[in-house]
Design a protein around this ligand. Sequence first.
Ligand SMILES: Cc1cc2nc3c(=O)[nH]c(=O)nc-3n(C[C@H](O)[C@H](O)[C@H](O)COP(=O)(O)OP(=O)(O)OC[C@H]3O[C@@H](n4cnc5c(N)ncnc54)[C@H](O)[C@@H]3O)c2cc1C
Length: 395
Amino acid sequence: MMHHVIVSGLGPAGATLLYELASRGYDVVGIDRERFPRYKSCGGCISTKIDTIEGLDISHLIETPVYGAIFSYRQTRYVDILSDEPVGYNVKREVFDNYLVERARKAGATVVEGCKVEDFVEGSHHIEVICEGGRTFRAEFFVCADGAGSLVARKHFSLNPREFGISCTMEIPTSEEETEKMLGALFIDFGEVPHGYAWIFPKKGLLSVGMAGESKRCRGRLRGDFEKFLKNHRVLAGKALNGKVHGWMLPIYHSDGHPVIRPRAMAIGDAAHLVDPFLGEGIYYAIASARVAGEALVEAIEKNTTGFAPYREYLRRKLYPEFRALVKLSDLVYGHPRLWYRMVEKEPAIMLRYYDVIRGRESAQEFYRWVLSKVTRKPWKLLRSWLEDRFLSTG
Ligand SMILES: Cc1cc2nc3c(=O)[nH]c(=O)nc-3n(C[C@H](O)[C@H](O)[C@H](O)COP(=O)(O)OP(=O)(O)OC[C@H]3O[C@@H](n4cnc5c(N)ncnc54)[C@H](O)[C@@H]3O)c2cc1C
């Protein structure tokens, strides 16, 4: 049987795309190797940019709105930087992702669970998708949305583990009364892990704790750094820290180019390296990329075209320039976490302005230019001389 589109992976990217197409009457099949609801290692904080996604109401899935963070440097100094308006929303991923899959199913999509996609073969008029055990599906188009562990994206779309962030997470149950007092703020610590940060995201009766850093610099030491963080952060004092530690990957954007489009197939979400390289935000980008991919697929089906121009343009003109600015920002911040911490401690307005980037009200490119000009005007001597070496001389 020939379908319009087959989607591999039903996280936020795949499930959103499935819904977009099924609700317009297209014959779509979504395949996931897991059965829903399923666990996903994640902080579960979605930026308020999600509110700009038309037709997606997540208000009933929000555990708590987030107004900012309590930042620390190696768990020694702490500064509260909270804003009057939400920056993000905390959700439980198993609940959030399950909702998106059910929404797609109700819209008429076929959902195949417990089936692992292994490869695809692209012909000039159709695509054959090959699953574990030799089961196959045929469609006009294929979308790879099966995340950071995707073998298909490694083979066909240059998903590159050498450019990943790596992470450790633990869920620590606690009393609702305790988290009640913390709700509204995240805890973010700089400096304990190379080129990354550690976090505690409070949910009702639960602390989602994690640490992530660049794989090249953290491999072999992340677990030890994570244990140190668990032992030393003031919020975790006296807690039983014997939960399961989950390790997972963050396919952050990097600047080497990401071929994610073939004539009849494309990758979206994590499988396309669409994770913000500064904070590791990926849920919004998974959903946003799926929406644009949906438009591109409708055009391809209706006009019998290939190559997905709207998606290509979205990446090239909108997303990648922002991500490139965030690569520079993360070099600046994670290269000198102590100096960065001092800057935001002294001038919380820097972070408050960054919250507007997270909200999607200001571009990362503008923010980066502003921080750079600030740094060169202020007496942050060490940082300034480093910047002159690394950035200003090359423009
Ligand atoms: C520790 C950690 C913390 C994070 N915290 C945040 C955060 O707070 N906020 C935020 O915005 N982002 C966060 N992220 C990033 C976020 O989790 C991802 O960007 C997001 O889940 C990407 O969605 P996706 O749909 O592309 O992929 P995924 O959510 O990974 O979904 C992929 C799906 O594909 C399925 N699959 C995998 N292989 C196959 C296969 N071979 N065949 C069929 N199905 C398959 C999986 O079962 C899964 O359901 C975090 C990531 C990590 C690792």
